[in-house]
Design a protein around this ligand. Structure first.
Ligand SMILES: Nc1ncnc2c1ncn2[C@@H]1O[C@H](COP(=O)(O)OP(=O)(O)O)[C@@H](O)[C@H]1O
Ligand SMILES: [Mg+2]
Length: 407
């Protein structure tokens, strides 16, 4: 991609009302644009990061046997009344009336999936079932101050599973927990499995995936004798005296919910016929990751005072090539040639080919955007190209074959 063509360019300053580092850098770098508090456009660079995150999630979900779908975001009131959540979740749900009918914008999909199950699952032979989608969620978040970490409209990958027995449900539940840990590891986050409450989803305990981070809104505790960490909200007085107890600030990047049969299947008639001919409710669970929150978390975890430092697995491009166009002839042609050679080898290159922008601005933009490798072609680099990693200061002169070998 030629930077001269990329929409839009970097900004000198983020809007003054934006306090979160993730939003400041993502906005200045041209990854996102803010429409209003909690509502952002994913611009071409940001969308590439999200697609990389989503590809990793998709691979790990498919490996568990889950199938991808896409469900509606406009929901009728009736379906939410079946579980009582039209009233129970009214603070978080955007609800409205049109032509004397009541609707909600999707904040989650348990009811919608349960409707699919009661229509399409008849016997134990149809189970287990696991379906997921990537889509927008709408939530009336009161504190939309953390940039892209807490949107009023944000992306979620949500997975739902239904099983004939509790045992099968819990076996799959922990398989998904492992898949989630792999997703977070692959994007560069060491997530901690944490016991938490279920909010408007369930009275049971749930498990969150928490990314340790100073600016996190959550506090979790780990103790020597505990298998999992605990969210502050589920700590008992006894827990607070556990030996070796340590508090950590963190960001919730994922959450999984083992529901059982009562809250959704029994209320909505999500039934199947078992081997013995008995009608039974399905055992149900849901599992969510917010890719846009993951992107914001990565910026909070990996940045310096010059900008973002993307992990290789999610970076929008592999290489940021800068041509230092001087009056000396032939530099532009040489940089163009390097761009074409690398692109032909399948390398994803962002090429700063601008002729009316000086080297200082180009280097600053490069550090702000945060692509893992910077290559420079200038009057000084001769037949070679200067190589530098975003997270290191050291530079070296390399030939094209040497660069290809390193990438
Ligand atoms: N307002 C939000 N903005 C961005 N991502 C969110 C938001 N709320 C939730 N997420 C993401 O979706 C995942 C599942 O959310 P969920 O547990 O249903 O929400 P909550 O914890 O707010 O009740 C979270 O772990 C997080 O990654
Ligand atoms: Mg949660």
């Amino acid at each position: 991609m030629r930077y001269s063509k990329l929409f839009p360019k970097t900004l000198k300053e983020a809007p003054h009302d934006e306090v979160a580092i993730n939003a400041k850098y993502l906005m200045r770098g041209g990854f996102i644009d803010k429409l209003m508090a909690g509502s952002y456009t994913l611009l071409p660079l940001g969308w590439r990061v999200i697609e990389n995150i989503n590809t990793i999630i998709r691979e790990e979900m498919n490996a568990t046997g889950a199938q991808e779908v896409l469900m509606p975001l406009l929901h009728p009131k009736d379906i939410w009344n079946e579980t009582g959540r039209w009233d129970e979740a009214k603070d978080v749900m955007y609800q409205f009336e049109k032509n004397e009918k009541h609707f909600a914008l999707s904040f989650t999909h348990e009811e919608i999936v349960m409707d699919l199950i009661r229509k399409h699952v008849t016997s134990y032979k149809d189970l287990p079932l696991a379906i997921y989608h990537f889509s927008t969620k709408f939530r009336n978040e009161l504190r939309a101050k953390s940039g892209i970490l807490r949107g009023r409209e944000f992306m979620m990958k949500d997975l739902y599973s239904a099983h004939a027995t509790e045992e099968d449900l819990m076996k799959y539940y922990w398989e998904v927990a492992d898949a989630y840990l792999r997703v977070f590891k692959r994007v560069g986050i060491d997530a901690i499995i944490t016991e938490a409450s279920g909010g408007v989803f369930t009275k049971e305990h749930t498990h969150e995936f928490q990314a340790p981070c100073e600016v996190g809104e959550d506090t979790i505790y780990i103790a020597d004798s505990w298998k999992h960490a605990k969210n502050d909200e589920v700590m008992t007085d006894g827990d607070r005296t556990a030996p070796g107890l340590k508090a950590i600030k963190s960001i919730e990047v994922g959450n999984i919910f083992p529901f059982g049969t009562a809250k959704y299947a029994e209320k909505m008639g999500g039934m199947f016929t078992d081997k013995d001919g008995q009608r039974k409710p399905v055992w149900f669970a849901s599992y969510g990751i917010g890719p846009t929150r993951v992107m914001g978390t990565l910026v909070e975890l990996f940045h310096d005072d010059r900008g973002i430092i993307w992990p290789e697995s999610v970076a929008p491009y592999q290489v940021h090539l800068i041509g230092i166009m001087s009056n000396e002839s032939g530099i532009k042609e040489k940089a163009d040639k390097v761009y074409e050679l690398l692109t032909a080898e399948g390398i994803e290159v962002l090429y700063d080919d601008r002729e009316d922008v000086g080297p200082g601005q180009k280097f600053a933009d490069c550090d702000l955007i945060g692509i893992p490798v910077r290559l420079v072609v200038s009057a000084k680099t001769g037949e070679q190209v200067e190589w530098k990693k975003r997270k290191e200061e050291k530079t070296e002169l390399l030939s094209i074959p040497q660069i290809l070998e390193k990438l």
